[in-house]
Design a protein around this ligand. Sequence first.
Ligand SMILES: Cc1cc2nc3c(=O)[nH]c(=O)nc-3n(C[C@H](O)[C@H](O)[C@H](O)COP(=O)(O)OP(=O)(O)OC[C@H]3O[C@@H](n4cnc5c(N)ncnc54)[C@H](O)[C@@H]3O)c2cc1C
Length: 482
Amino acid sequence: MSTSSDSSPSSSKVKIIIVGAGVCGLLTAIHLERAGMDYVVIEKARTLSPLGSALSLTSAASYIFDQLGILDELAAASNPCAKIDYLRDDLSKVGIMDSGDNRGRYGYSSLLITRPTFYQILLSKVPKEKIHFGKRMIALKQDEHSVEIECQDNLDSSQDDDPNASDTIVTFKGDILIGADGAYSAVRRSLYDDMQAKGLTVPKEDLAHLRFDSNCVIGVTDVLTEEEYPVLKEKNGDFFVLIGKERAIQVYLFAFAENRLGWQICGQMDKPEEVDEKDFRFRDWTPVAADELCDMVRHFKCPYGGTVGDLMDRTPKERLSKVRLEDKYFSTWYHQRTVLMGDACHKHLPFGGQGANQAILDSVHLANQLYGIPSNSLKDVTTSFKTYYGNRSPSAKDVFKSTSLVASILSKRGFVSEVVRWLSLSHMPDFFNNMAMDAMNADRPYLCFLPPPSGKGSIKPKPQVVPVHYKGGPIAPSVTAV
Ligand SMILES: Cc1cc2nc3c(=O)[nH]c(=O)nc-3n(C[C@H](O)[C@H](O)[C@H](O)COP(=O)(O)OP(=O)(O)OC[C@H]3O[C@@H](n4cnc5c(N)ncnc54)[C@H](O)[C@@H]3O)c2cc1C
């Protein structure tokens, strides 16, 4: 059966379809809502129940949440995070990554929040009727005039990755398609197929197989008492990374505002796996048995008291998930009426805590470049996408490279690697550390169509380029012209 559904009319003449209601998709919906633009969100899951443990939001992310007026709500559900302690698995010290002065330097502290809480807050800001759950995008068609997607409909949560899950098809037609559908993006795959079918070259690296080299198990405990774990009294989001001596394995430990503890084990696989995306069936954040990885670290001492195994024993099965990890940067982000953002175009390893934060920056940049778009012509759409890519991709690529570097510093074995960790985590001069942090926090964009955020810091953000279709509104005076 095939039905058809256009996105609903609004003040803007340009109809936007967002695929994916993750960090990027939900935030983009919030931005477009504020800009008075016409959009719908298509999400394959029936309901959003992101498992997983922590997200650490950077100052740049807080800057935008402040502008949107939701920072207080996020801060109330978070703990401020000023440092990461790196320890060996016997709790001896390796070093510290200190971001204690983020507030002074960039205007906001980093915030540690559980993923489900973060998603629920974003979700609550998007009008219900704008999100179509249980629809899995499977194909796209685009030309000079419009873009159309086909989705399998009536999925239930257990079917959302099964290609034969449903034979009910629904189509959505619009002027712009935003692929915010995560690391295994169907939009990206269809976009690259579409380009190749039209005789265009997609770079070899963009078509290369996914290469998984780490496994990750994530858990969040039940609510615990402050008597059992006194760290919960501190309301402090500083976290620990335990670095395995014998194996390339790290355990991350977090204390959340809601009196739960979080743990995350990342272990390098003995043999990396290469998978062709076309054959790839991904079960993101699905609770599955992860006993093998857990057994390797159960005995590690836990800096909050007891062992890591004690936390595992207090973690209910539905708050446990296992994922395979890979990183990949794609250089093709748009063609014709389709554009990518977030993990769909740059999948980071979790070691630098950057994936969601980079997705947030993509969303702000793209919303600015779409704001004021004068028509739905391919020329105007291309101008928006080209400017978004030009402004955003260089810094996304730099952060991608630094995250890969952090990952390799943490996971390499042997004497030389110990020395590198010792130097980079405990003997890095402050000025060098600050220089790296300043570079990372220089891009603090804000929405050109809302009053600028209030947050100040001694390190000013990089001047914001005037968006390409911008025709006036509450933009700050410090911006530069294109
Ligand atoms: C273990 C781990 C720890 C992490 N820790 C951090 C951290 O501390 N800090 C940080 O910044 N980042 C972290 N990240 C990364 C972060 O989670 C991601 O970068 C971020 O979620 C990306 O957002 P996104 O919106 O691009 O994709 P996602 O959040 O993956 O959202 C994609 C959405 O699209 C939907 N979807 C997928 N395919 C389709 C389809 N065909 N049709 C319709 N809908 C579809 C999915 O169901 C999902 O809802 C971590 C990641 C992992 C794996």
